[in-house]
Design a protein around this ligand. Sequence first.
Ligand code: PLP
Length: 445
Amino acid sequence: MNSSEFRRRGKEMVDYVANYMEGIESRQVYPDVEPGYLRPLIPATAPQEPDTFEDIINDIEKIIMPGAASPACTELETVMMDWLGKMLQLPEAFLAGNQGKGGGVIQGSASEATLVALLAARTKVTRRLQAASPELTPAAIMEKLVAYASDQAHSSVERAGLIGGVKLKAIPSDGNYAMCASALQEAVQKDKAAGLIPFFVVATLGTTSCCSFDNLLEVGPLCNKEDMWLHIDAAYAGSAFICPEFRPLLHGVEFADSFNFNPHKWLLVNFDCSAMWVKNRTDLTGAFKMDPVYLKHSHQDSGKLLPSPSGLHWQLPLGRRFRSLKMWFVFRMYGVKGLQAYIRKHVQLSHEFESLVSQDPRFEICAQVVLGLVCFRLKGSNKLNEALLQRINSAKKIHLVPCHLRDKFVLRFAICSRTVESSHVQLAWEHIRELAAAVLSAERE
Ligand SMILES: *Cc1c(COP(=O)(O)O)cnc(C)c1O
C-alpha cells in the first residue's frame, strides 16, 4: 500500500469507527456465537497472493464484528498462529488445528516467551519430581534446578533465569558461535554429578550478535533424552523460515517443547507481536491456570481450546489486545509470496553488502552471512574499529550497533527497512569507506 492509499484507507477507518460509535446503542452487548464459530469461516492457510483491502474489511464486518472482542480475539489468534505455523512448516504437533494438543499464542516479546517457557518447564519438572518423591518441597527442588543457553544467547534468557529463580549456565559456543551437543552434554553431566537437576535449555536460531545458529539437530535429541524442556528463541531469524530455502535452518524444531519468534522484527507486523508455539498447551495452561469466579464462562468445561478466556492462561497478563488482527491484515495484504519476496530481498541486499566489504582488502567479514545481518570490521585493532563506529554514528547518516565476537569489536550492518533498496546499500558503503579512510589516515599521523 502506498502512502496515498494509506491516507485514504486511514480516513475510511476513522469513519468506520465513528459510525460504530454512533450506532452502538442498536448493537447487542454480548455475542451469540458458539465457541469455535470462527475457524470454519476462514481458510485454513494464508493466501499465496495478496487479497484486497476491501475483502479484508468486508470480512471484519462479517466474521469479526458478530464475535465482538471476545471470543473473536482468541479465536482469530489461534487460527492466525496456525496460518503462520503452516507458513513455517512447523510440525503438526505445534498446531492447534481442530483438536491438536499444541498451539500458538501471541506474546508481547521474545523475552516474555522465554520466561513463560521457563516457568512452565519449572512447574512441570517440580510436579514430576514431587510425584516420584512426595516428601520433596518445591523450594528444595527449585534450589537444584539448572537451565542452559549458549554464551551467545540474548540477555533476556539470563533475565528469565533470574526472574524464575533458577540457575542459568552459559554453554561455550563453538567456532561458528553455535551451541553444540558435546559442550551441553559436558555441563549436564557435571551438574548431575553435583546433585543438580538440569531441566531447561534455550537454543537460539539467529543470535543477536552475529546471527549464528545453535546445532538443533544435536542439541534437540540430547534435551529429549535428559528430559529437559527445549525452548527455541528465533526472535529475529524466525521470519525467514517462511522461505523454503531457509527452512532447513529450523530442522530439529521437532525436538522442541516451545518455539518463538517475533513477526514484529522481520515480518512486517507492527510491534508488538511475538509468536510462541508449544507442543502441549496443557504445559502452559497447567502452569498458569487460575479460576476466579469473575472469569467463569459457560463453555469452559467443553474441553475445547477456543472458548474465549482460555487464551488467558497462556501468558502473564490477563487482559490482551486483539493482536491477531494485524497479522490477518499483513498476511492477506502481502500474501505468502509477497512476504517471501520481502525476506529474500533483504537477504540478497545483505549479501550485496557482504560482497562490497569483501572486495576491500582493508576490511574483513567476521561471521557467516546467512540472513540480513553482516558482521564486519577493519582489519586491525579494536580501538581502530571503535573510532570508525564513533565516526559513523556521529555522522548520523546511517546507524550501526556493534558487538563483541570473542575478543573482537565488530560492526553490524543490518538490513531492516521496509523500503530499502540496493542504492541505499551502495550509499551506506561509500559513506563507510570514506569514514574508514579518514580513521586510517588519522591513525597514521
Ligand atoms: C531481539 C531478540 C530478543 C529480544 O526480543 P524482545 O521481543 O525484545 O524481548 C531475544 N532473542 C533474540 C535472539 C533476539 O534477536
